[in-house]
Unconditional design. Sequence first.
Length: 342
Amino acid sequence: MTAASPARAAFHEFLARYRTFLLTTHINPDGDGIGSEVALALWLRGLGKTVRVLNDSVVPPAYVFLARAQPLEVYGPELAEERFTGAEALVVLDTSNRQRIGRLAPLIDRHPIAVAVVDHHVSHAHGFGRVNVIEPEASATGEILFDLMREAGVSLTPPIAEALYVALMTDTGSFRFSNTDSHAHRMAAELLGHGLDPQRLHAQVHAHASAARLRFFGEVLARLEIHEAGRLVVLEASPEQFQRHGLEGSDTEGLVDMPRNIAGVDAVALFSEVEPGKVKVSLRSTGRVAIDAIASRLGGGGHPHAAGVLLRGTRDQARARILPELHRVIDGGPPTGNGGGA
Ligand code: AMP
Ligand code: MN
Ligand code: MN
């Protein structure tokens, strides 16, 4: 085995050292978080290890099909105690921010569990594990796992390939965001060689929109605001809209990406007040400016071209904290290099 970095070598040793593993990812998990959990669980099970996956949040309907291969449990106080007691090691995937694993975070302090982190976010680049494999240049956490499996000489099975493909496809916005590079395409080509059907996988992930969700998108998009002579788009969603359409915070996925298609847009901000006083801010850049620092300064994070933060207060208060910063980066924004999707 030849590991490409000391951190990767330490991760291989970490996996070899323990027999019972618990895996988790960030709250409101996405295809990269869930796909990475399933792929790593199958890898470890193939080595004869005992593996459980426990998340703070429920699995979104789009990714339920991945749970065929590996049960994905949801936090409950007693279940969490049991899972932390039953595992020697915890691997945290797709976040290096301790708070982002939600209600699992305090259990780390109460249990003598060894922690490893595998992630591709820049905002908390030090990580909180004993071992931290944090590679911001990777387009997805699944891409890092793919490399780690290759280093370990793992023979990919179709369910592992499927989980890694979903991770890569979702975090690159189906291979169209700025984090899509030749490595991502080579990885996709190799995964497809295991008999995956890309059209079917895309449909499984993306054919979960309800009529209510599209009507909600329509309402929000109909009121989009243009600022900065067309370079900034601002969207807002109110608690009343979420309630009337029977939707929750995760239902905004994909909404903030739509105005990126408007010619001349540099950045998009979506202020979703999911419940009164709780505003989920999603920021996107089309590539010229970096917006992750705006989110991380307020306690959130993300990538140069896709970031977010949860703010307490009204939408107007959230706008007052975010918009001046966005105006500043758009007006003075230096050209940015590569950056990522989610
Ligand atoms: P979203 O706008 O929710 O799709 O998130 C875009 C990117 O920002 C993803 O890479 C998320 O992991 C990251 N992100 C969103 N919200 C937060 C947060 N509260 N803290 C840290 N990172 C976040
Ligand atoms: Mn993620
Ligand atoms: Mn990711």
